[in-house]
Design a protein around this ligand. Structure first.
Ligand code: SF4
Length: 211
């Protein structure tokens, strides 16, 4: 366990260096508690905060802490009214701070994300002033092929199972590149560079977080 943590620290240091080449800023946190403190310190009061669907963000408990602050929160997931949820996802694109994770992150600093409704990848590409991305060490991948494979097998398939989607992967456990009307893999987005310096802040945590 200790060796794995030490190896992950080395990997994360390399990724942070490579994110810098790509106009993104990386931060190292040993634990998720440290990550929560960092996120809270990055978000000033009286700003607008939103987020994408993310098992990682849910695990942190940071939403509850943000709710206690003097912030305008746009939470698309706290309503069961689908039309209202879509409207909040649209409004979230104009937030000041947007919280999300990534489906995979290459050692060279490229982000890979698969999205169905695609509000999350839309926010990543353009809209919110800052994107705060929280990433567990389990999301690291050697290169782009590995990252896309990881995003499909270890993120899209479990998400299909969680959402009880009627797609082939919920039967086979692997991605069949379906074109089903229930498909949650509409867009596969690779982020290779951020032209607004440090708009994307990547908080790397030396723990397993999300999937
Ligand atoms: S089978 Fe379809 S829904 Fe399932 S992971 Fe592959 S593309 Fe996505």
């Amino acid at each position: 366990m200790q060796n794995k943590k030490a190896a992950n620290k080395l990997k994360i240091d390399t990724v942070i260096k490579n994110l810098g080449k790509r106009g993104m800023e990386g931060h190292f946190c040993e634990t998720k508690e440290e990550a929560v403190e960092l996120i809270l310190s990055m978000i000033p009061d009286k700003t607008i905060v939103s987020w994408g669907g993310s098992a990682t963000v849910n695990t942190l408990g940071v939403k509850e802490k943000l709710a206690e602050r003097d912030l305008e929160i746009i939470d698309p997931y706290s309503t069961t009214d689908f039309a209202e949820s879509i409207e909040r996802r649209r409004k979230g694109l104009l937030s000041d701070y947007y919280l999300m994770s990534t489906n995979a992150l290459t050692m060279d600093g490229e982000l890979v994300n698969i999205d169905g409704t695609s509000n999350r990848v839309a926010a990543l590409c353009f809209g919110p002033k800052k994107v705060l991305m929280i990433v567990g060490a389990n999301k690291l991948a050697i290169g782009l092929d590995d990252a896309i494979a990881r995003a499909k097998l270890n993120a899209a398939v479990p998400n299909n199972v969680r959402l009880k989607r009627n797609n082939p992967c919920t039967i086979t456990g692997t991605c069949n590149n379906c074109l089903s009307k229930d498909c949650i893999c509409c867009n596969i987005v690779t982020t290779r560079y951020c032209s607004i310096p440090s708009r994307i802040q990547v908080i790397l945590v030396n723990e397993e977080l999300g999937y």
